[in-house]
Design a protein around this ligand. Structure first.
Ligand SMILES: Cc1cc2nc3c(=O)[nH]c(=O)nc-3n(C[C@H](O)[C@H](O)[C@H](O)COP(=O)(O)OP(=O)(O)OC[C@H]3O[C@@H](n4cnc5c(N)ncnc54)[C@H](O)[C@@H]3O)c2cc1C
Length: 371
């Protein structure tokens, strides 16, 4: 009997995890513009300590044991034909290829700032971009961080920790940052920011310069529509959460008014038989939290259920954001629950228990040491 063919569009955080659950049961083809997992997680650590970040979050596909047998295609998805159940891919040499599927998983994520872009990149280009952002911030004596979400807060905290003599200022529009987290999270995190010398500027809504795509760190003074004087700094990081779904390769009929993929609670794509969506691209709930809430297991199980003609299960979203905000810190990893309380993996446990056993073995099913 021939095995079903599952094409995973986008091998980022959620596409890769979905592939890992399916690889023993069906034929899996993973398509990605990146040559490796280039995770969307932990921006602060990525900017402040790129080598530490890369060790955990930039991982060659060939290092994942559960991806053995998965065929990866390094290219850009350009089209989807629903009638023929086939996607079109443009490869690095400019040639195109058609990849037919029985089941399609749409996991192409979002574009966010300069650190999450959908462009085709080689290993060298990924490394160079990582290094360039770090070097620019390392050379700055003052840094403005614009935005109040987890990426902004994590960047400010990690940059201030890494370069204590650099003046780091955080500008956000509300009374508090982290508005999508429980209030207790900001109470804890703002204390850490102040301790590290970050100056906090609530009620500042920055004006995005016209035509600026947030695709780089800028050096011009920042203006505010809320009336405060301009703020100058050697480097300004725009982490304002203005994400754009990577869906220009999909038919409009599959998208909501903001360009995200319409899904039913069971993660099937409305109007596209055989297609599912997951992660930041999927309009599951107002926070689009399926990546954060490990919906990959449910999705893989639903795909197997659908192939076997069984009933599918529904994804249940959290109403508040949760998880780590600052990433690994000298005292360990603090994880916030949806109700704002936190627990901490102590520093000694990160490389002895958390990463090797819970993350690499438990979540990813085994990761080889070297590429
Ligand atoms: C285990 C885990 C823990 C997490 N913990 C936290 C946490 O504590 N706090 C928190 O805030 N968030 C957390 N997150 C969530 C995370 O920050 C993001 O939500 C996640 O990175 C989104 O994953 P994604 O697969 O949707 O997108 P991405 O990881 O961005 O993957 C999309 C991929 O598709 C590729 N792509 C895009 N367009 C195309 C195209 N046309 N053709 C081919 N490829 C394309 C992109 O290059 C990229 O590789 C966690 C996620 C996971 C999996």
């Amino acid at each position: 009997m021939t095995r079903a063919r599952v094409v995973i569009a986008g091998l980022g955080d959620t596409g890769l995890l979905t592939a890992r659950h399916l690889s023993r049961h069906v034929d899996v083809v993973g398509i990605s513009t990146k040559p490796a997992l280039v995770s969307g997680q932990e921006l602060g650590m990525r900017l402040a300590r790129p080598d530490d970040w890369a060790r955990e979050y930039l991982v060659g596909f060939d290092r994942y044991r559960k991806l053995d047998g998965v065929r990866t295609v390094h290219g850009t998805l350009t089209e989807l034909s629903l009638a023929d159940r086939v996607v079109g891919v443009r490869l690095a040499d400019g040639s195109t290829r058609a990849e037919p599927y029985d089941v399609l998983v749409i996991a192409t994520g979002v574009t966010n700032g300069f650190w999450r872009r959908p462009d085709l990149q080689s290993d060298k280009e990924v490394d160079a971009a990582l290094r360039a952002a770090h070097d620019q911030l390392a050379a700055a004596e003052s840094i403005n961080v614009i935005g109040g979400g987890a990426a902004a807060v994590s960047a400010a905290a990690n940059l201030a920790l890494r370069w204590p003599r650099t003046r780091v200022a955080l500008y956000y529009p509300g009374e508090r940052a982290l508005p999508q987290h429980h209030g207790r999270v900001w109470a804890t995190v703002s204390g850490i920011l102040v301790e590290r010398g970050v100056s906090l500027h609530p009620g500042h809504r920055a004006v995005v310069p016209p035509g600026f795509d947030l695709d780089r760190i800028t050096s011009d003074p920042v203006a505010f529509s809320t009336g405060q004087p301009r703020a100058a700094a050697d480097a300004t990081l725009w982490t304002i959460g203005r994400v754009r779904p990577n869906t220009d390769w999909l038919p409009d009929a599959l998208l909501d008014e903001h360009g995200f993929v319409r899904v039913s609670p069971d993660l099937t794509v409305t109007g596209a038989p055989g297609a599912f969506a997951i992660g930041d691209v999927a309009a599951t709930d107002p926070l689009r939290g399926s990546a954060r809430n490990r919906a990959d297991r449910l999705l893989a199980s639903n795909i197997r259920r659908q192939l076997a003609g069984r009933a599918l299960r529904d994804y249940r979203a959290h109403r508040r954001r949760w998880g780590s905000v600052l990433g690994f810190q000298p005292d360990g990893l603090r994880v916030f629950t949806p109700s704002g309380w936190s627990f901490r993996f102590p520093a000694w446990s990160i490389q002895t228990v958390l990463q090797p056993w819970i993350v690499r073995r438990g979540i990813y099913g085994g990761v080889r040491r070297h590429r």
